[in-house]
Structure formats: structure tokens, C-alpha cells
Design a binder for this molecule. Structure first.
Ligand SMILES: [Fe+2]
Length: 201
């Protein structure tokens, strides 16, 4: 009887491939993809967080905020897909599992559950402050190497900033001040937004 061959180890390789896009140095292409992995984690996290907010907002403005979020989720999911596929194009496997997000993200899990629309919008403004600033840092770094990837990131920033304005328009006074201007944390922004809503109405 022939010796049993051991079962094949499933192929699961997270290392970069031996190629990148033509005209870009291999190391540089993989560096761009590595920067994109962090943005992929941020966008995957955002897509989940937005649905969490969609389900947990309460109060008289429920339906407006509930319905405002869904078209943007579609946009963010498209950003996730193009980011992951750009990584693969650059020769690095995109990691899209929940474990990857949790293990390697530099931000905390979204902190609110059931809460008023004002509180969620205040907290979301803080989320977008961090995510967009990180996207701009990534754009700066990527722009030194690869204008094509930079162009993709710029397109994403534009959509993220537009949605942040939708959020901020709820928090803005007629004098143009943000109720949450001095808040650095989601909890503090939620509290400030709630107090402001109480005063205005
Ligand atoms: Fe829904």
C-alpha cells in the first residue's frame, strides 16, 4: 500500500505578490497597497457603523436621518470594493475580515447604541473628522508615488466630506457655528448636540 500523502495545506498567503502595476517600482506599489489596507479597514468599519446608526437612531427626526444614511452606505461600500481591488491590482492581497479590522484599527469601536438623532449625528461628526483626516494623510503619502491611486482616494474624500456636511447641517446654528465644535470624543459630541437641540427646539 502506498504511503498516505498528507493533506495539502490550504493556500492562504497574506504576503505581497511578485508584481505591481507597470511603471511603478515593486516596493513602492506594495507600500501604496499597505497604506490602502488601513483605509480599507476604516471604510469597512464605517459601512458597518453607518448601518448600526441607521438602526439605532430615535426621536422626531428618525425617518430623515434613518433614510439619509442608506444612500451613503452604498457609496461607502463601493469605496470598500474599489480600495480592495486597487490593492489586489497593486499586487497585495486585501484583507477584508472582521478580525483584520479589529486587530489593526487605531480607533475605538463606535460608542453609542440606541440614542437620539442629535446624539448620533454629533458622534458621527467626530467619526468623520478622524476618518477624513486619515484619508488626507494617506492621499499625501500615496500622491508621492502613484497618482492613479491618489485619484481614487481624492474621489473618496470628496464623497466623505459631502456626507459630513449633511451631518453637520443638523448640528449647525444659523450663525454657522457647530454645536459640537469643542468636542473631541463621540460621547462629548453627542452630549453637546443633544444640549443644543434642547435649546433650539
Ligand atoms: Fe434599513
Amino acid at each position: 500500500m502506498p504511503p498516505k500523502t498528507p493533506p495539502k495545506t490550504p493556500q492562504s498567503d497574506r504576503s505581497a505578490g511578485s508584481y505591481t502595476v507597470p511603471g511603478v517600482d515593486l516596493e513602492d506599489g506594495h507600500k501604496v497597497a499597505t497604506i490602502l489596507q488601513d483605509r480599507l479597514n476604516a471604510l469597512n468599519d464605517l459601512a458597518l457603523t453607518l448601518k448600526h446608526v441607521h438602526w439605532n437612531v430615535t426621536g422626531p427626526h428618525f425617518i430623515a436621518v434613518h433614510e439619509m444614511i442608506d444612500p451613503h452606505v452604498v457609496d461607502v461600500r463601493a469605496m470598500v470594493d474599489e480600495t480592495a481591488e486597487r490593492m489586489a491590482t497593486l499586487g497585495v492581497p486585501p484583507l477584508g475580515t472582521p478580525g483584520e479590522i479589529v486587530a489593526n484599527r487605531s480607533w475605538d469601536d463606535y460608542s453609542l447604541a440606541r440614542a437620539s438623532t442629535d446624539e448620533h449625528l454629533g458622534a458621527l461628526d467626530v467619526v468623520y473628522d478622524g476618518l477624513i483626516a486619515d484619508h488626507r494623510d494617506a492621499q499625501d503619502e500615496i500622491g508621492e508615488i502613484d497618482a492613479v491611486t491618489e485619484d481614487m482616494v481624492i474621489g473618496q474624500i470628496s464623497k466623505l466630506e459631502l456626507f459630513q456636511w449633511f451631518v453637520r447641517a443638523h448640528l449647525e446654528t444659523t450663525g454657522g457655528e457647530l454645536a459640537t465644535a469643542d468636542s473631541d470624543t463621540e460621547a462629548d459630541a453627542a452630549e453637546q448636540a443633544s444640549i443644543n437641540a434642547g435649546h433650539s427646539g
